[in-house]
Write a protein that binds this ligand. Sequence first.
Ligand code: MN
Length: 129
Amino acid sequence: MNRRLLVIEDNEQNMYLMQFLLEKKGFEVVGADDGARGVEAALACDPLAILLDIQLPGMDGYAVAAALRKQATLAATPIIAVTSYAMVGDRERILAAGAVGYIEKPINPETFVAEIIQYFPPRWDKAEA
Ligand code: MN
């Protein structure tokens, strides 16, 4: 299966770091810097998984997750929230909106890719990582 990941993130430094870490492990990264472009890119690129920031300009991560979950073609595509939004209840809220996982920023370069991979779909062969 493909190794394409969609990263929806408006912060350039975070985007750069995630892209760097993922590409180093052989993943292809498609980036989107706001929610609307993220939804569009998800439909266009058929990603293995979607990494989603919550605080985004315009359409926030909750709205993006809800919009993605309405797309039949993306029903099996895991959405993993990557966010510094860590108020009580935020984790539950983004999981309720359709995310399967939640990773807190700051990103730990040592563990980031392994954390992401645990949320990949079952058809993903973890040995490939
Ligand atoms: Mn953000």
